[in-house]
Write a protein that binds this ligand. Structure first.
Ligand SMILES: *Cc1c(COP(=O)(O)O)cnc(C)c1O
Length: 479
């Protein structure tokens, strides 16, 4: 009897299955509007259709793809539907998806320059492009003392900023001896939960994170920040880090980076800017007011995986002083020593983030930027902002709904005139139709619907349809 030589998928079969997979994805994206945007399954519905144990004998690719269609699809919430208005977009685009495939095809580990030089150099180059595209300060570019790096998520970027600031203020002592003692961090009371999580992980402790009051527009109050820092200093504590938000998650509120910078400069603190969602807007010159004052920041982050047509995961993180970051995160065991690293001639990105290994994520961002060009990105960002502003005007003119905050970008927060219960019921009713999906927040303790417009293919007709659904639900629930 002949022995089996291999269990691998041979490359010609891979080619055939690869074409079938692309066909599947293209058909999916073509038909994405035919699915209920919000998955309607109950907990456990998907798992109970899967066998208890892994198959003893390998299965056909057709069987796998069939299970994706039949078992997986009902459990998918369609983030790529143009009727997706929930949370923030996690948008993507065909060029980015193709870059992702190439990244998997190469499957390199880019932890060091030497482990795949192109993985580092394309990334550095595209990060430099972003600085120019968004008109960020030159000090974030790689030819200066700073530079940019792709991180998994904004949460990782903010954690890295915290670690760099922690090491800078302690002159490297915390890494050696542990214990962060009296270090105090500051952020807006409206800041993303990732700042709190970062403080937990970095050993700062949530008791040592001050949540600063916001004004009527939900922007952090600079005088409250200044007063709290002074109070902590007077108490013998060591303020070291401020995270300011350009576009909060709850309401896309914009802190004034310029005002925060005055305070951080006065007290000599690290200023980190979290522009996870809104950062992409700066590709349009007329929207760059959101970043005013960013020249003073020590670090800046935004997510191309939210609004820049690049599928998750792709976060952009910039620092003005890369030595501070590298000092916080670098270790060099014997098995990673090599000439290029020793000469200091290259970036080794493993020293710029938490894990050692890293994928070639720059490919998908590079492809997205090259496909659209700056002009194409501006076109689509402007369209999303225009649609949002149009929606905002409908809310203002409406007999059913009230606008809660006046946002100049692409998140519109509103509620029903009859209050919380009605607002919540309307949103639930719209989501149940499966024809649109929205989520909520609480602002001033009141239930508020968020209409987030940024999915790659959202057009006027989708926004109009959502507005119609909201008003129909309002009428129906009033009877
Ligand atoms: C979405 C968001 C984050 C978290 O983003 P991840 O990339 O998922 O970690 C952080 N800050 C703000 C303002 C956000 O909107």
């Amino acid at each position: 009897m002949k022995e089996k030589q291999s269990y691998h998928m041979d490359l010609e079969t891979f080619r055939k299955n690869g074409y079938a997979t692309i066909d599947w994805v293209v058909d999916y994206l073509k038909n994405v509007e035919s699915y209920p945007v919000l998955s309607q399954v109950k907990p456990g519905d998907i798992r109970k259709q899967l066998p208890d144990a892994a198959p003893e004998k390998g299965e056909s690719f057709d069987a796998m793809l069939k299970d994706v269609t039949e078992v997986v699809m009902p459990g998918i919430t369609h983030w790529q539907s143009p009727n997706f208005f929930a949370y923030f977009p996690g948008n993507s685009s065909p060029p980015a998806i193709l870059g992702e495939i190439l990244s998997a095809g190469l499957s390199v580990q880019g932890m060091l320059w030497a482990t795949s030089p192109a993985c580092t150099e394309v990334e550095t180059h595209v990060m430099d492009w972003l600085v120019k595209m968004l008109d960020l300060p030159e000090k974030f570019m790689s030819h200066t003392k700073g530079g940019g790096v792709i991180q998994h998520s904004a949460s990782d970027a903010t954690l890295c900023a915290l670690l760099a600031a922690r090491e800078r203020v302690s002159s490297g002592e915390v890494n050696k001896k542990g214990g962060t003692g009296n270090l105090i961090a500051y952020t807006s009371a409206q800041a993303h939960s990732s700042i709190e999580k970062g403080c937990m992980i970095a050993g700062i402790g949530t008791d040592n994170l001050r949540l600063i009051d916001v004004d009527d527009e939900f922007s952090m109050r600079p005088e409250a920040l200044d007063a709290q820092i002074q109070k902590d200093k007077d108490a013998g504590l060591i303020p070291f880090f401020v995270c300011t938000c350009v576009g909060t998650t709850s309401s896309l509120a914009l802190d004034s980076v310029a005002e925060m910078a005055k305070v951080t400069k006065k007290h000599d603190l690290w200023l980190h800017v979290d522009a996870a969602m809104a950062g992409t807007a700066a590709v349009c010159p007329e929207l760059r007011f959101i970043n005013e004052g960013v020249q003073e920041a020590d670090s800046y982050t935004f997510n191309p995986h939210k609004w820049m047509f690049t599928n998750f995961d792709c976060n952009a993180f910039f620092v003005a002083d890369r030595a501070a970051l590298i000092n916080a995160l670098s270790i060099l065991p014997e098995y990673l020593k090599n000439e290029a690293t020793n000469d200091g001639a290259v970036f080794d990105y493993r020293d710029w983030h938490i894990p050692l290994g890293r994928r070639f994520r720059a490919l998908k961002l590079w492809f997205a930027i090259r496909h659209y060009g700056v002009e194409g990105l501006q076109f689509h960002i402007r369209k999303h902002v225009e649609l949002s502003q149009q929606f905002k005007q409908w809310v203002i003119d409406s007999d059913n709904f009230d606008l809660v905050v006046d946002n100049p970008l692409n998140l519109i927060c509103f509620r029903h005139k009859d209050g919380d219960d009605k607002t919540e019921a309307i949103m639930a009713s719209v989501n149940q139709t499966g024809e649109a999906y929205l989520t909520h927040t609480k602002l001033n303790d009141k239930y508020t619907i968020r209409m987030s417009i940024g999915q790659t293919n959202t057009e006027l007709k989708h926004v109009e349809h959502a507005w119609r659904l909201l008003n129909e639900a309002s009428d129906k629930l009033s009877k």
